[in-house]
Design a binder for this molecule. Structure first.
Ligand code: ZN
Length: 170
């Protein structure tokens, strides 16, 4: 059984019917991601397969695919950043049940044991964000911008935050 990505889902119901959900989440709906200054979100494709273990805990295995853009912290230009990664989540049978599984990330559920899809997807992107996004090679950076930034640093007029410069350029 295959279904489109719902806004909310109940892992218990999906696990008991052995469901797989799959679809594309449009970038316009990402409130949290749109507020991250170094990130330009893109549409995200997600596939999740639900099953229940003998212990009663639910495992969700899937894949996340996204074409995003990040601002390089060296030259302040956008570069393409692709996510193509496995997703392994686990929902405990009940709140009291301690779950330890190195391969699975614990997925929190609300009081009615539902999960908000938007929150799940945004979290999966945020945990994969690099700490310091830069072009893979310095040669890929905008060389003119690098020189300009060096000059600004030498004059002592720039702060530590590269986005201060970005604002000046706008
Ligand atoms: Zn760069």
């Amino acid at each position: 059984m295959r279904r489109q990505l719902p806004d909310y889902f109940n892992p218990d119901h999906l696990a008991d019917s052995g469901a797989t959900i799959e679809g594309i989440w449009p970038k316009a709906r990402f409130d949290r991601l749109l507020n991250i200054p170094e990130l330009v979100p893109g549409d995200i494709r997600l596939k999740l397969r639900f099953s229940r273990r003998v212990s009663g805990n639910i495992v969700i295995d899937g894949r996340i695919l996204a074409e995003l853009q990040l601002f390089c912290q060296r030259c302040l230009q956008l570069f393409d950043w692709r996510i193509d990664d496995d997703v392994h989540l686990l929902v405990a049978k009940d709140e009291q049940e301690p779950v330890q599984d190195a391969d699975y990330e614990l997925l929190p559920v609300d009081d009615e044991r539902n999960v908000e899809m938007l929150q799940l997807i945004e979290t999966e992107i945020i945990v994969r964000l690099p700490d310091y996004p830069v072009h893979a090679q310095i040669s890929e950076c905008d060389q003119k911008m690098l020189r300009q930034r060096e000059d600004t640093d030498a004059n002592g007029t720039s702060g530590n935050n590269p986005f201060a410069i970005l604002k000046q350029l706008k």
